[in-house]
Design a binder for this molecule. Structure first.
Ligand code: ARG
Length: 265
């Protein structure tokens, strides 16, 4: 019996010790900056302009709306950020196996994903869009009947396509890992349409005269949030800064920077 008590008390002391360590680290982080800062690994799928992409004209670095948000939040909280690029369909597993500390990838918080990861508040909203060729414009869901339709593997657009199919629209759904590949397939005429987010479609529509886009009627789940491993303490910390960014105009400034004035919300 005595021994048990000893173990419990020793355990308690260890916990207090750990907590104290944690706290003093936090202080060091925010005060002196620099080397003692902890590095957080961010997972993303850098195929998604203007959220995250590589502009080869500018260099090899991953840039975009999400990258700016991550850097701002991390700076506020006293962390460094290291970005890991992977396929969108691998991000949830990367989180649940804790290979990354958070994911910023224009990811929508869906009920299904919430079974495996936690999400921050939504920082930007979006709708689904059907992109097709100007030669053969497909604008309504019913137009997709008999069509070959591309979507990103593991995205909510894949879910949406399956939902349309289940509702009786007879289409062939093809999944690819990367958005630029989908655009290529569409432009070359191998696909009749692709379904992607309007905020991302906008950029491609501007630079491709041969493409046309039409919003799909709104669905319940759209918008982007930061994802974390279940029970990560970062969720609360990030939410505080996201709120601050919405209040102090930083979020609007970044939306303006990456999506331009006439942004589709
Ligand atoms: N918002 C959509 C989703 O959560 C698509 C996000 C795709 N993101 C990317 N970086 N490719 O499924």
């Amino acid at each position: 019996m005595k021994k048990n008590w000893f173990i419990i008390i020793a355990g308690l002391f260890m916990l207090i010790g750990l907590a104290a360590c944690g706290a003093s680290n936090e202080d060091a982080k925010s005060e002196d900056g620099g080397e003692s800062e902890k590095t957080l690994v961010m997972g993303t799928s850098a195929d998604y302009p203007p959220f995250e992409y590589i502009d080869s004209a500018q260099g090899e670095e991953i840039i975009g709306f999400d990258v700016d948000i991550a850097n701002y939040i991390a700076k506020e909280l006293g962390y460094n950020v290291e970005i890991k690029d992977m396929d969108f369909s691998g991000l949830i597993t990367a989180l649940s196996s804790e290979r990354v500390d958070f994911v910023l990838a224009g990811m929508t918080p869906t009920a299904e994903r919430k079974e495996n990861v936690d999400f921050s508040d939504i920082y930007y909203s979006a709708n689904h869009m059907i992109l097709s060729s100007t030669d053969n414009e497909l604008v309504k869901p019913e137009d997709l009947d008999g069509a070959k339709v591309g979507v990103q593997l593991g995205s909510i657009q894949e879910d949406k396509a399956n939902e349309l199919k289940d509702s009786g629209i007879d289409m062939e759904i093809i999944t690819l890992n990367r958005i630029p590949e989908l655009i290529q397939e569409l432009k070359s005429g191998r696909y009749d349409a692709i379904i992607i987010e309007d905020t991302v479609a906008k950029g491609y529509l501007e630079s491709n005269d041969d493409l046309s886009g039409e919003n799909l009627p709104n669905t319940e789940e759209a918008g982007s949030a930061v994802a974390f491993p279940k029970d990560s303490k970062l969720t609360k910390e990030f939410n505080e800064v996201i709120k601050e960014m919405k209040d102090n105009g930083k979020m609007d400034e970044l939306i303006e920077k990456w999506f331009g004035q006439d942004t589709i919300e």
